[in-house]
Design a protein around this ligand. Sequence first.
Ligand SMILES: Nc1nc2c(ncn2[C@@H]2O[C@H](COP(=O)(O)OP(=O)(O)OP(=O)(O)O)[C@@H](O)[C@H]2O)c(=O)[nH]1
Ligand SMILES: C[C@H](OP(=O)(O)O)C(=O)O
Length: 211
Amino acid sequence: MRVVVPFAPDRPKTRLAPVLDEAERAEFARTMLDDVLDALSTLDRERSLSLDPFVLSTAPVDCDAPVTVDDRSLSDAVNAQLPDSADDPPAAVVMADLALATPDALARLFAPDADVVLAPGRGGGTNALVARDPDFAVDYHGASFRDHREITREAGADLAVVDSFRLSTDVDEPADLVEVLLHADGSAFEWLDGAGFELAVAEGRVEVERN
Ligand SMILES: Nc1nc2c(ncn2[C@@H]2O[C@H](COP(=O)(O)OP(=O)(O)OP(=O)(O)O)[C@@H](O)[C@H]2O)c(=O)[nH]1
Ligand SMILES: C[C@H](OP(=O)(O)O)C(=O)O
C-alpha cells in the first residue's frame, strides 16, 4: 500500500517555539520524520505488508524514502495522492510528527479492512488514516477527526477508528515532549536528551525542563 508521509521542512513545529528556536525545531522535526520512516520500514520488513512509503514534502528533503515535492496546502497535496476511482489502489497517510509510533502501533492502522480507517490525534486532528473509498477526501486542520468522520459518512463508506495512545500522540506542543521522553526511544528521544531536556515533576505535574 502507498503510504504518504506529509512533511513541511520549512519552519515546522511553530507551537514548540516556547522551548526550541527555529533551527532546533527544524532539526527536531527531521528526527521525528526519520523515526516514522524507520517504524514503517521495520513494519514492512517484519510483516511483509508491501508498504510503499514516500514523503510528501513542501520542499526537497534528504531522507531514507522517496520524496514527492508538492507545495500546495496539506489537504490539496494529500488529496492528490488518495484514490480517485474504484480502480485506484488504497493509500495511507501517516503524519511525520508521530515520535511514539512503533511498528506494532502502525500495524493496527493497516489491520482493519474498512473503507476508511482513522487514527485520531489528541486535540481533534487526524494522525493517520487509510483510504480505500474514492469518495473520501481529507480536510485537515481544526477538528479534522470529526470532519473526516463526517466525510466518511457522506461517502457511504464504512469506518474503523484506531484507538491507540502511540498513534494519537503527535508532537505539537511543549507538553507533548513529556510523552517523547517517557515513551519514545528513537532519534527524537535521542535529540531531546542530547539537547538537555529531561522530565521534571512540579507540584505533582510532569513537565520537561532543559539543562
Ligand atoms: N506536505 C505538507 N505537509 C505538511 C504541511 N503542513 C504540515 N505538514 C506536515 O503535516 C504533519 C502535521 O503538521 P502540523 O502539526 O499540523 O503542523 P506543523 O507545521 O508540523 O507544526 P505547527 O507549526 O506547530 O502547526 C507534519 O508531519 C507536518 O510536517 C503542508 O503544507 N504540506
Ligand atoms: C494536520 C492537523 O494536525 P494538528 O494541527 O492537529 O497537529 C490535523 O490532523 O488536522
